[in-house]
Design a protein around this ligand. Structure first.
Ligand code: C5P
Length: 286
């Protein structure tokens, strides 16, 4: 029996832009992504036998091939042409689910990295990212982590200079979001404001945390149904008033986050937001 424990960090979108709708129905994206320390922990165990057994501390997660962690293991086994034996995947979830923080994709990427090491497969990061592409759009980025530009559906990943270290307060409001609905809403209207991706890249190049924080922007915020948009705006305002250098929504939401250059201010902001939103976290960048 061999075992490995791997971390699956959450991601934030420093910028998110949706470009053209493609013939396959998907949209080309341009996103600057950032990992935070808030993470799930996965323990992978391989022993003689067959099949995949999933366990998790969250009762409502799927425990079959619909779980991206199991899908990733199957794809890796196919791509590398290896038998996995009996694989147990235990997921201790800390990253909120359906939150715009790529929790499921990060679990899948952790399975790819973990099995690659446990089984001594010797695949490179780009090779693992190519396997991940077939599991989900955010998986290739999650294979790399840290600060990166993701383009296409998410499969073209370019490492960027790391965002200068900072503290992050994350708040996940209680409403659900529908990814297909948000893309359809974007198709139905002219996007008036887009992120300054070039400015974000220049700020990262210069190691300018304030410049990066000023350029946080997500096009999905504008097409949220109005009461949800108001809730996101309210949480952003609370974070900014509490001293955030910038605030935005991550992915298709609903998680809102603020960046802080000082742990005391971040802690006070965390305390200010928590009464408004029970799913609030204090973390820091990777
Ligand atoms: O990636 P996922 O399967 O979760 O996406 C759900 C839906 O969101 C897709 O079926 C598609 O309608 C839309 N989508 C898109 N462009 C992307 C990602 C998702 O249009 N890059």
């Amino acid at each position: 029996m061999a075992s490995i424990t791997v971390q699956a960090p959450a991601k934030l979108n420093l910028t998110l832009d949706v470009l053209e709708r493609r013939p396959d129905g998907y949209h080309d994206m341009k996103m600057v992504m950032q990992s935070v320390k808030l993470a799930d922990t996965l323990t992978l165990t391989v022993e003689p036998g067959e099949g995949i057994a999933l366990s998790t501390n969250l009762g409502f997660l799927p425990l079959d091939g619909k779980n991206l962690a199991a899908a990733a293991a199957l794809r890796l086994s196919e791509a590398a042409g290896v038998e996995l034996g009996r694989l147990s995947i235990d997921i201790r979830k800390r990253v909120p689910v359906c939150a715009g923080m790529a929790g499921g994709s990060s679990d899948a990427a952790a399975v790819l990295r973990g099995l690659n090491e446990l089984l001594g497969l010797g695949l490179t990061r780009p090779e693992l990212a190519r396997v991940g592409e077939r599991v989900g759009s955010d998986v290739p980025y999650c294979v790399y982590g840290c600060t990166a530009l993701a383009e296409g559906r998410g499969e073209r990943v370019t490492a960027l200079p790391a965002l200068p270290h900072c503290w992050v307060v994350l708040a996940k409001p209680g409403f659900p979001v529908s990814t297909p609905e948000l893309f359809a809403r974007l198709d139905g209207q002219r996007v008036r404001c887009r992120p300054d991706t070039a400015g974000m890249l220049a700020a990262l190049e210069a190691g300018d945390l304030n410049g990066a924080a000023r350029r946080l922007f997500n096009v999905f915020e504008e097409v949220l149904p109005s009461y949800r948009r108001d809730r996101v705006r309210e949480l952003k305002q609370v974070l900014l008033r509490a001293g955030a250098l910038g605030a935005s929504m991550s992915g298709t939401g609903p998680t809102v986050f603020g960046l802080f250059d000082d742990p005391g201010t971040a802690e006070a902001a965390f305390e200010a937001v928590r009464p408004l939103c029970p799913d609030t976290f204090l973390s820091e960048t990777v």
